[in-house]
Design a protein. Structure first.
Length: 676
């Protein structure tokens, strides 16, 4: 009989996040049978054994005690394998027994965590057979972690949660405790449904390039720590690796020697990590090397790596974030929003079957509000993944509460061809959902304790892109805060919903208005600077003058970006009369007196939302303070401290934005409030 794999120990002081020991009480106090063999079954066994030790239950493996009775059966069986797939499971409760059946080991693991989520409810009454299967096969986190501290970006690019979980000062973290924490991280992620991780930044600098070859052993150690929780490891690689690491004169994707080099190196990667997931590539983007250097297309570039990975069943994730970042602001003919579509849509059908094109959810860059990228509706013959950003680069950097579930859900439920057509969630079935990770070595994993909700939601929405994000939030609240164990469960639940539910819209209200984006401080992207990016080479302009604001992306008079959408969206976005208010300035340049669909003028909307946004933060801070008796003190104090900063920053945003537009437009606030 195989031994259970013990539940990893959290370093002291690290928050268990959504897997507190108490969440295992209902399961741990009962009798469980585990049937099946394999390393992940041993992990499941370890989880139940750990819970049973703590809560007085009992766990047996198949055949240990014939004829005994159980409250819970977790079994591997191949009868329903077509229906269940490798990751699905069936749940049924009859005659006092809760039964989880999976055909694959990952499915059993997910079934276990589902029982944990259900808590006592998993053991009550009868339950007709339910089938649970992930809609997306790939549910991934990309870590933008650097091995060596980058002089500008630090250890983690756009990281707001301390250092990297994997790397420190040029080396892999390799102590027992550090690898144990990586395993805990894998456990947390598996409990939300994540099954893949890329362990280094898409911007591959000098030291990081070597992970592919002479430093692959360091990646293998991370992969070993994540494997027991069903998480496959991926690596970001440099397209120039054959030159930089292999000493070849070229990285041309059509060069034989280059192809051989990739094939050989990839073979060695798989010797070190037999279940390696594949490569992530940022090419010809923001200074990274790529196929354009050799006059080759991005399909040719991606297919080079796909060919090297194919014999090992690996996948290349090729990012569509390709645009001109050396633009002249005087040049009105270039539109960054158009770039991904212009580059990639003509290549539909040209990518290898194991190449996934990874597309940011919006056409620009993870702004607070963007339309869905038109690329997603335009490449039916390409495997697509949609990329979202859990790390809050443009949404408050984990100093502001900004629950992103509703934003991601809107993107995943968007239907590029209108109501009759498939949703984004449907269109990315072949490639999956990828989120830039927000986790680091911070004791709360995500810096702001309430930002954990976003990380949790990535996995849950990847499992079911059409799910109501509120359900994911409810789960996270129940698991993390255990309201039933507090003096006032109802007040705790409603307080948490009050501070989280509308927080994205609150953030939107006090920052850049009506979808215009990029009014942030250049470089680090925190705090307001209305013209910070206005005369820069990055292609991020709002064109505000004394008369109006916004970017004309119509087909009739603008950059033509609106025409990259299919109907009905091309028509909806084309006219200010039909464009949704929240995207108006993304698509149109309008006078300040333009009347929105809401009936308000643009300028008055700007004033109102900025005053309201700050008032909403004041209210959230008050509600949070009122939960002090129901939340663990350290967690409460950490968030309370961050609310002070959020409020300071929100006021700063309000005053910068309102003052800027008051001075530009000369239009006074209809309600006579103080604008400086
Ligand atoms: C943003 C971000 C960069 C990142 C880039 C990317 O521009 O600011 O730090 O490298 O996205 O997605 O590649």
């Amino acid at each position: 009989m195989t031994a259970p794999i013990p539940v990893p120990a959290l370093p002291s002081g690290v928050d268990p996040a959504w897997l507190p020991p108490a969440a295992f009480r209902p399961l741990g106090s009962r009798r469980t049978l585990i049937s099946g063999t394999g390393p992940l079954v041993d992990t499941v066994h370890g989880e139940v054994a750990g819970a049973s030790d703590r809560f007085g239950g009992q766990v047996l493996r198949d055949g240990q005690e014939p004829g005994a009775s159980y409250d819970l059966v977790l079994e591997l069986g191949d009868d329903d394998s077509d229906e269940l797939g490798d990751e699905g499971f069936a749940l049924v409760r009859a005659d006092g027994v809760t039964r989880v059946t999976a055909a694959g080991q990952r499915g059993l693991l997910y079934g276990l965590f589902h029982v944990v989520r259900l808590g006592e409810a998993a053991f009550q009454g009868e339950r007709a057979r339910e089938l649970h299967r992930p809609a997306l096969a790939l549910r991934m986190l990309d870590h933008w972690d650097n091995v060596a501290v980058h002089p500008v970006m630090g250890q983690v690019e756009r990281g707001y949660s301390g250092g990297s979980l994997f790397w420190q000062d040029g080396r892999a973290r390799g102590s027992r405790e550090e690898l144990e924490r990586v395993r805990c991280y894998g456990r947390l992620l598996a409990a939300s449904g994540i099954n893949a991780i890329a362990v280094n930044n898409v911007n591959v600098h000098g030291a990081e390039a070597h992970l592919l070859t002479d430093r692959i052993g360091e990646v293998a150690a991370i992969a070993d720590a994540l494997r027991p929780y069903g998480i496959r490891t991926h690596l970001s690689v440099s397209f120039a690796a054959p030159v930089v690491l292999g000493g070849l004169p070229t990285a041309d994707p059509l060069d034989e020697a280059v192809r051989d080099w990739w094939a050989e190196v990839t073979g060695r990667v798989y010797e070190a990590i037999p279940d390696f997931g594949g490569y992530v590539v940022k090419a010809d983007s923001e200074g990274q090397p790529g196929p354009f250097t050799y006059g080759r297309s991005h399909a040719e570039g991606a297919n080079l790596l796909a060919a090297a990975l194919a014999p090992h069943s690996g996948t290349v994730h090729w990012r569509a974030f390709v645009y001109n970042h050396r633009q002249d602001w005087r040049d009105r003919s270039t539109d960054r929003a158009r770039a991904a579509y212009d580059h990639f849509a003509p290549l539909d059908g040209a990518f290898a079957p194991n190449a996934v094109l990874q597309v940011k959810h919006g056409p620009m860059d993870f702004q607070t509000r963007e339309p869905v990228s038109p690329v997603i509706g335009a490449m039916p013959d390409t495997r697509l993944a949609v990329e979202i950003q859990a790390t809050q680069e443009y949404t408050g950097q984990q100093r502001h509460v900004c629950w992103l579930g509703p934003m991601w859900s809107e993107a995943l439920r968007f239907r590029p061809e209108g109501q009759e057509g498939p949703s984004v969630g449907d269109l990315v079935r072949g490639g999956g959902l990828v989120a830039v990770s927000s986790a680091g070595d911070d004791p709360y994993w995500t810096g702001h304790p309430l930002a954990q909700a976003n990380l949790y939601a990535v996995g849950r929405l990847a499992w079911r892109p059409d799910a109501d994000p509120r359900a994911a939030l409810d789960e996270w609240i129940e698991l993390t805060f255990a309201p039933e164990e507090t003096a006032d469960p109802a007040r705790l639940r409603s307080g948490l919903h009050a501070v989280l539910d509308g927080s994205w819209r609150t953030y939107e209200k006090y920052t850049a208005p009506l979808g215009v984006g990029f009014m942030v401080q250049p470089g680090h992207h925190y705090g307001p600077s209305v013209d910070g990016y206005e005369y820069s080479p990055w292609g991020t302009y709002h064109f505000a003058d004394r008369d109006g604001i916004g970017v004309d992306r119509s087909q009739a008079t603008g950059t033509g970006f609106a025409g990259q959408y299919a109907k009905p969206w091309a028509e909806v976005y084309e006219s200010p009369a039909t464009c949704p208010d929240e995207l108006l300035l993304f698509f149109h340049h309008v006078p300040y007196g333009h009347v929105l669909r809401s009936g308000e003028t643009v300028i008055q909307h700007i004033y109102d939302t900025h005053f309201d946004g700050v008032a909403e933060v004041e209210e959230a801070r008050r509600v949070w303070a009122g939960l002090a008796d129901l939340v663990e003190p350290a967690r409460h104090a950490r968030a309370a401290e961050r609310y002070e900063e959020q409020l300071r920053s929100a006021r700063e945003w309000r005053d910068h934005i309102n003052t800027y537009f008051f001075r530009k437009s000369g239009v006074p606030d209809a309600r006579g409030r103080l604008i400086h």
